[in-house]
Design a protein around this ligand. Sequence first.
Ligand code: HMG
Ligand code: MG
Length: 306
Amino acid sequence: MSAPSKVKIVEVGPRDGLQNESQIVTATDKVELIKQLTTAGLQYIEVGSFVHPKKIPQMANCDEMFDLLGKIKYSGVTYAALTPNMKGYQRALAAGADEVAIFSAASESFSQKNTNCSIAETFDRFTPLVEAAKNDGIKVRGYISCVVACPYEGEISTDKVVDVADRLFQMGCYEISLGDTIGKATAAPFCEMISRVSQRVAIKHLAVHCHDTYGQALTNIYAALQLGIATVDSSVAGLGGCPFAPGASGNVATEDVVYLLNGLDIDTGIDLAALIQAGNYISDILGKANGSKVALAAPQPSAPGN
Ligand code: HMG
Ligand code: MG
């Protein structure tokens, strides 16, 4: 299998990125960020999550965001939301989300900390949700956290990842995003895990979701591309982390992924300069440096040979 000629980027900055920032960004500022990301050419944006507002106060304005977004939604762009259960799904449906994502884990301890239930119980919550989404014509994406390592349990058995991926796919998720939640994976075990999962769920239905805590994200993504992975989750300006994964830093920066893909001549349809501007916009609001290496190297962010 060789690298794909086209890669879909799932922009998770407004959700995974901002859920872990101590500062709560207003709905208006988040929607301005989403507008800029759309203008830069991103076609799939995870807007936020419909989780308990006391657990993740940063996401409490998700309903308001969708309300504001309703007026400016661009056609051809998917505006998605994370939903842990029926209540979240109903909120997402009422808000007008185009798609939803359910999330489980390959680690029991992480599942408990993150969603206050076991892995098996996450599926009890998903069953009515996926059924309702089928009836409503809403596509469902599935996430698995801790696919290689867990902040509480250490190394994770790939058997568990295969099992959870298979169950999510069988129940109706069209794509399974494999989350290296604490960014601890190196390329060899990461690829070994993907290869094993792809024996059960075809590679075209798999995505990678790399946090960059150990600086391995781009290497792991490059290796995953060689296996035929064609969907990559990333976060503008490298924002992010998970409040229930101590030490987890940001997701891989979208700007850096686009730079890598440009250098490989892989089409993303994204305007890198406009994307850098969007990253600078949100970094200014947060009062922090842009976490993308490519953005810091601007204003000449084109890969040699391009
Ligand atoms: P729970 O306490 O088990 O839920 O929370 P419950 O069903 O027992 O209900 C308890 C109360 O919560 C009730 O309210 C419900 O109505 C309310 P009360 O009657 O006490 O007033 N409730 C809700 N309210 C609003 N929206 C909802 C909702 N559900 C119940 N959807 C729950 C379960 C999952 C909701 C909670 O634990 C939670 O919100 N956790 C936050 C999880 C989260 O957002 N984590 C971060 C995202 S995952 C991630 O970052 C990883 C990922 O990026 C991949 C990777 O990197 O690995 C995806
Ligand atoms: Mg994440």
